[in-house]
Design a protein around this ligand. Sequence first.
Ligand code: PEP
Ligand code: MG
Length: 894
Amino acid sequence: MTATNGAGEPVYVYRFGGGVSDGGKGDKNLLGGKGANLAEMASIGLPVPPGFTISTAMCARYYEEGEAFPESLRAEVANGIAHIESVTGKTFGDPANPLLVSVRSGARVSMPGMMDTVLNLGLNDATVEGLAKVSGDPRFAWDSYRRFIQMYADVVLGLDHDRFEEALEIAKEDRGYFLDTDLTAADLKALVAEYETLVEELWGKPFPQDVHDQLWGAVGAVFGSWQSERAKVYRRLNDIPGDWGTAVNVQAMVFGNMGDTSATGVAFTRDPSTGENGYYGEFLINAQGEDVVAGIRTPQYLTRAAREAAGAKPASMEEAMPEVYAELAGVFDTLERHYRDMQDIEFTVERAKLWMLQTRSGKRTAKAALKIAVDMASEGLITEEQAIARVDPAALDQLLHPTLDPDAARDVLTKGLPASPGAASGKVVFDADTAEKMAASGEDVILVRVETSPEDIHGMHAAKGILTARGGMTSHAAVVARGMGRPCVSGAGSLSIKGKDGVMRVGEREVKAGDVITIDGSTGEVMMGAVPTVQPELAGDFGTLMTWADKVRRLKVRTNAETPADCRTAREFGAEGIGLCRTEHMFFDAGRITAVRQMILASDEAGRRAALDKLLPEQRADFAEIFAVMAGLPVTIRLLDPPLHEFLPHEDAEFEEVAKATGLEVEALKRRAGELHEFNPMLGHRGCRLGVTYPEIYEMQARAIFEAAVEVAEKSGAAPVPEVMIPLVATAKELELMKAVVDMAAEAVFTDKGRRIDYLVGTMIELPRAAIRAGEIAEAGEFFSFGTNDLTQTTLGVSRDDAARFLGVYVEKGIYARDPFVSIDVEGVGALVEMAAERGRRTRPDIKLGICGEHGGDPASIAFCEQVGLDYVSASPYRVPIARLAAAQAALAK
Ligand code: PEP
Ligand code: MG
């Protein structure tokens, strides 16, 4: 991947700015997102401070060589600095006219706040005087030096940050000041001297005065921050490979803190929360970049409209700096047209001159992603197909879940910013570790912090929602919560949080740790107690994108459902049939479980038939209701597949109930249950093994299916299309025997009722032997449905019920890229699926093929199903829209 120069040596440094662009937006892997986009902006003529990027390939080499740099890099970096010097006319380390640079990380994908940055590098005891002279502003020069020492000591030298903050606080207190800005040039100069003493005390050496030493220290620190704990946690949560590495961007400093014609800000070309087409952002006059994100000062609005909508007083940028604002708005439009996507931008204004510091594809909520994709296609900026590809199917999940019931009573405690949409209720927790612990034990928690930092990530992930007292819409909490899809209310300024005491207050009201609150990330409201929710709206942009997706997808999408309510939800979400109705789930109901237990515990056929007679009418009524809801769409009903341990009675009261129903002694029932105990129920007497040993069970179920089908056909006119599915088949013989039972029951019903129904009998392919012998099995089987839950369990030899205890480590160590019960193991389980599909088709060319394991709702697995040409996927109701979109993306990717 690394480019080479004329002499065949690798090139690690890429320049940009001043009419030069060694790279461009296609080079993200090598230059990182930030570096590639800086080069791209420079190449399309936007005002970018000159600089250079040290590539991610250097990061890899840095670690390979024991955290050291190759000699060849020195000349390259010197060349890069010379480039910046020639464009700016300043010289690095020159006391007369010093060049200052920023040193920032930049990986392939953005990892907000995870890695290190150093600003104002190039200042020392001599150059600070030069800066004071050139800028005509000694206070600015000494403040920059003060900030630089503090940042360098923290990030590069690893010294205790608090000691510097303390010194700053004392300096203010001694002089009776309240704000940092009250400090004069002389005060700051004295503070710098104190900082220098502090560095020497803590580090044992004086603060580095050689600007080149400063630069190499900072470059090493940025590469080093790739392996920091917080960066590692972030990568793990976001599936970012550890070997990508970061690039380092060295760039001429521009200053937003040179008085009232200077400013700094962040902006999105559209609203990242709602997707509305309008500029959206915040800026601060006379401030440096980090001040905006850190939430120390409250930023001002970018546009007048946004300021007015919020009822805020301080002037918007549009009003305060109309000319620069107009230029910035022009840049927004150029960037959107150029990248054909919503951009997230950082800029600085130095003495009325605009500089672009960053652009990237903006992170957005699912709602915004949807709206922006649909709008951009309607505006002709992208095609419908590109719009389909733009929306992450998994993120749709955010839109499909309930929002607060508008009619429910609300006891509003306070209001903050609507930082990340969605509603969440849970117990108040004030620190990330407790949030993680409580969530692990199944409790819903809301993480409440004054503001969040990268150290809080694990707690934010574990929480149902996040509430902060400080920070704007682009604060750490807001950005990270949106990325994670967690509802978030930020900057709820009236909250007084005393996390250590386990309380927060709003005026007179007090909320203790453990009290339940509700937050609404779409309005910013914070409420006491749990507020009820309502189902989401599926029309509008969502409906439009789904229609586009349906036009291009080939795979049909069905649902796994067994209650009429779930079937209805799934149909509203666009399910085209039922791919799996697990009949044993229909028996979990308290009213029925006793009859099921009676059936299981019966010691002979007569006893079983007595129980089955009770179950028949109930099953028939269930099926009739489902057929009616599905109105002529195919319905795959799987005959009983109960892992016995899930159904056997355990408690005395449960045995007593069965005893009452059967007239048998509790002791006799307990003895029978003992006989039925299995060591390995998942591999035990389940699936068709039950039908083979007790055919009367499947006979009853088949009868119920056909009687219900005839009944519904007569009533509604839309004839049901039952597909009867036999579970856990390993051999063709098992399927033949069970098919005979089903066919016989069908004939009996049809003769009895004087009406026939078309139906299919097929099987699940969920054991390796069935996949291998699929050619024979297809002789009796009219369809296959891949049960990839059991197929994964039996192919990997990993128990479905016990996997969670160790699979996490397997994924961490890269043995499996993802949990194979979530995303199909393409090389192993996938190979069996592919083979069975091929063998089944050879025997029966028109055999219907589907998948009904959990993988049927996982986008990556759906892509695999498209590749091997299955006919449909089946997913739980809420994942049906995800599957529709993923199927469309898979068809487009082919
Ligand atoms: C499967 O094994 O993939 C399947 C769908 O069946 P169950 O999960 O009910 O065992
Ligand atoms: Mg199964």
